[in-house]
Design a protein around this ligand. Structure first.
Ligand SMILES: OC[C@H]1O[C@](O)(CO)[C@@H](O)[C@@H]1O
Length: 509
């Protein structure tokens, strides 16, 4: 293997350590699914409202409240439950704006280290939830954990993107998603009632979300700082060289440093751009549109409708042991993310996203047909089940992992932190929206709920086909040039020149 392109132990350690943050993100997404009934029961007790008591048969024209009552769920408990699920995303929405600030404050490594305080605090709040009102403790813990995950979901891809050799940038970048899905799977397994998802142990189950932060805090001091941060942001060339050699083994770092020097020159000419100026700028409009659409399509594909509410969905589809089927989804999810890690630097980002979104669209249609006709033809429940499994597989082929690292690829050093912050916020906002509304949408649209996602997915596929360029194997400079081509003509116009000047004068985010 060419010198400087090999995967060294230090690089492996750095990536492994970073993605421990992503593991917590995934764990926190999945942990809330399986023990829903157990936790709701404790909420009911603490709130002093009924639970687990089914009312008499409910008519076809029953109201939403009557349906809940039939399931033994009090509307107040449902409200607190929905909030416990969704507050996580509110935390993420708020903190994702701070990613650029934390990343540049003391560097990527120290940034990841500092924020671990949040993960540990969140874990403790949830583990000790019996001490006070469980619903308040859990909601607070989930909010803090969401805040932590909003930061980690920006810092981890940024750090990995900056330390990865160009040839493996996609595969290493996709490890962020791989760790997320492994986190989801672990939480699904230990969330089984025979392990921790029961009356006695559920606080520990929730509290464990903070555990990887402890391990990560021991390992981070062994990880080299990002050479790009050292050179481009701090201007420390010698330290950047040391970090490169540490990460890539003994090799001639001059070409890498030369590339960074050019990037630094460019970054110095276009000082860091604030979130606000990036939003208002026509100079970066195309890149920003692509970056945001990738994150919107990841969330509005409906993936979290499955992950947050799969137990519920499987019950509707007629599965007897929905919790085990949910674990099956977690396994398939992990396998296909691994497939994506293997493919992304060969097949390319664009192709995998197109295949993924298109495939998900077809699966959403299949799921709808299956759910609609399962009463008439029992075998239709197999159609819905296969639809769900394939839906998740297509998601992990492209729309799951790629948006996280492609944003760092689409922008040069100047606007990169602001772009990552905006894209992250967009992801979290969409995630919140789905988490908060899916139960209600499902109630209103009933068996047609996935038609909504099919239509959206079709739109996202068309958008990707026309607007998303391939970034595989290109340097950050070459990628920026793809977008610049279309702008060259515009750049000569006086309006754009003035805007570039204004951007230079804008303050940091
Ligand atoms: O694997 C599915 C999970 O992946 C994410 O989209 C993050 O990339 C989560 O929002 C989702 O729950």
């Amino acid at each position: 293997m060419e010198q400087g392109k090999q995967l060294t132990c230090t690089l492996a350690l750095a990536v492994f350590t970073a993605v421990l943050g992503s593991l917590q993100f995934g764990y926190s997404i999945g942990v809330i699914n399986a023990p829903q009934k157990v936790i709701e029961k404790h909420y009911s007790r603490s709130l002093g409202v009924w639970a687990g008591r089914a009312s008499a048969a409910v008519s076809v024209n029953s109201t939403y409240e009557e349906e809940l009552s039939n399931e033994g769920r009090h509307p107040t408990v449902v409200m607190y439950w929905s909030l416990s699920v969704a507050i996580f995303s509110i935390g993420g929405m708020l903190s994702s704006f701070l990613v650029g600030f934390i990343a540049d404050l003391r560097g990527r490594v120290k940034g990841m280290l500092m924020i671990n305080v949040l993960a540990v605090a969140a874990g403790l709040l949830m583990a000790l939830c019996r001490v006070w009102k469980p619903h308040i403790m859990v909601i607070s813990g989930r909010a803090v954990m969401g805040f932590y995950c909003g930061l980690t979901s920006g810092l981890v891809p940024m750090y990995i993107g900056e330390i990865a050799p160009k040839a493996y940038r996609g595969a290493l970048g996709a490890l962020h998603q791989l760790a997320i899905v492994i986190g989801i799977l672990i939480s699904q397994i230990i969330g089984l009632d025979i392990i921790l998802g029961n009356d006695d142990m559920w606080p520990l189950l929730l509290g464990l979300s903070g555990a990887p932060a402890v391990l990560q805090s021991f390992l981070l001091p062994l990880c080299p700082e990002s050479p790009r941060y050292l050179y481009i942001v701090q201007g420390k060339e010698q330290e950047a060289r040391k970090s490169l050699i540490h990460l890539k083994g003994a090799y001639d770092a001059t070409p890498d440093l030369e590339e960074m020097r050019r990037e630094k020159e460019k970054a110095d000419r276009e000082p860091r751009i604030s979130v606000l100026s990036l939003m208002c700028s026509s100079v970066y409009r195309q890149q920003l549109l692509v970056a945001l659409m990738m994150h919107i399509s990841q969330q509005f594909s409906g993936i979290n409708a499955i992950f947050y509410y799969s137990t519920n969905i499987f019950t509707r589809v007629g599965v007897n042991q929905p919790v085990y089927t949910t674990i099956g989804v977690g396994v398939v999810n992990t396998i296909f993310t691994l497939v994506s890690v293997g493919l992304v630097d060969k097949a390319g980002r664009r192709t995998l996203i197109l295949v993924g979104l298109g495939g998900m669209c077809c699966c959403a249609v299949a799921m709808t047909v299956g759910i609609k006709f399962q009463g008439d033809y029992p075998w239709m429940s197999y159609v819905s089940m296969s639809g769900i499994f394939l839906f998740v597989s297509f998601f992990e082929i492209g729309p799951g992992p790629i948006p996280w690292f492609i944003v760092a690829e689409l922008f040069s050093q100047g606007p990169r932190p602001a772009a990552i912050a905006l894209a992250g916020c967009c992801n979290w906002t969409s995630n919140f929206f789905i988490g908060m509304t899916f139960q209600y949408i499902q109630y209103w649209l009933d068996c047609y709920v996935f038609v909504l996602f099919a239509v959206l997915l079709l739109g996202f596929t068309v958008f990707t086909y026309f607007r998303v360029p391939e970034t595989k194997g290109k340097s950050f400079e070459e990628i920026a040039a793809v977008f610049h081509k279309g702008r060259k003509r515009l750049a000569q116009s006086p309006d754009v020149t003035t805007e570039l000047e204004q951007l230079k004068n804008s303050t940091d985010a």
